[in-house]
Ligand binder design. Structure first.
Ligand SMILES: C[S@@+](CC[C@H](N)C(=O)[O-])C[C@H]1O[C@@H](n2cnc3c(N)ncnc32)[C@H](O)[C@@H]1O
Length: 226
């Protein structure tokens, strides 16, 4: 599963400084092999939330700041975005946030322990609108298997997109999977406003006249349903 093409882009001076100076505090260095020690990383034991592809991180920092009882782990491959997120985290003074600058698929597959996550956000994933690129979409059955391996029963997956075709694709991927239950009812989107901060890509989509669709699924493996 390859869901991104690496476009480095230029780091601003502030982002470069942040990657240098703030990484030791907020950065999650993923080991070559084996699981991340999340208790050591956050310095405590708490329910944990993963934000996959957080972009510039402003929404992630806002979520972490508004929810100090839980720990937030963000994962993003775009280094300028990671740098921006670190700057925002420092400015907000959040302590319950750590950032991994790696492929989320590898992180889930190899480095997150079982039952590590209470919630997962996938907000405005790259839409890959051309049919021949659909295989690069993050939301696909293989990702659901990886999420199921890392989530606690009763945990939630919150997805959002401003691409109508991807919204349908998300429904088509998640609805047939008996481990995930749509909290709004079968094939239903959440009524606005969604319970999350607005993101940069959301603003961009709204500016183009797109409609935003949100979905929240509860992870209920058969054992948990009884
Ligand atoms: C369209 S942007 C959305 C960013 C942000 N969530 C927002 O709403 O503003 C999608 C982001 O996902 C990141 N991404 C895509 N595939 C990824 C992967 N496998 N692991 C980590 N990040 C990924 C991209 O680098 C990009 O920044």
């Amino acid at each position: 599963m390859r869901t991104f093409v690496r476009r480095e882009g230029r780091l601003t001076r502030g982002q470069a400084r942040a990657l240098d100076e703030l990484w030791p505090h907020y950065g999650a260095d993923v080991p070559e092999a084996g699981s991340l020690d999340l208790d050591a990383l956050f310095g405590r034991r708490a329910p944990r939330v993963l934000d996959i592809g957080f972009g510039d991180g402003e929404a992630l920092v806002a979520m972490a700041a508004g929810d100090p009882q839980r720990d937030y782990l963000g994962v993003e491959v775009h280094r300028p975005g990671v740098g921006h997120c670190l700057l925002c985290a420092e400015q907000a003074g959040v302590e319950n946030l750590r950032v991994a600058a790696v492929d989320a698929v590898g992180l889930l597959r190899h480095h997150l322990p079982e039952r590590a996550l209470e919630a997962v956000y996938i907000l405005f994933p790259d839409p890959w609108p051309k049919k021949r690129h659909h295989k690069r979409r993050l939301v696909q059955p293989a990702l659901l298997d990886l999420l199921a391996a890392c989530m606690v029963p009763g945990g939630t997956v919150h997805l959002a997109t401003d691409w109508a075709g991807y919204a349908e694709w998300m429904l088509d991927t998640l609805e047939p999977d008996p481990r995930f239950t749509n909290t709004a009812g079968p094939r239903a989107f959440l009524p606005p406003p969604p319970p999350r901060p607005q993101t940069k890509f959301e603003r961009r989509g709204l500016g183009k006249g797109h409609t935003v669709h949100d979905l929240i699924y509860r992870f209920e493996p058969a054992a948990a349903r009884g």
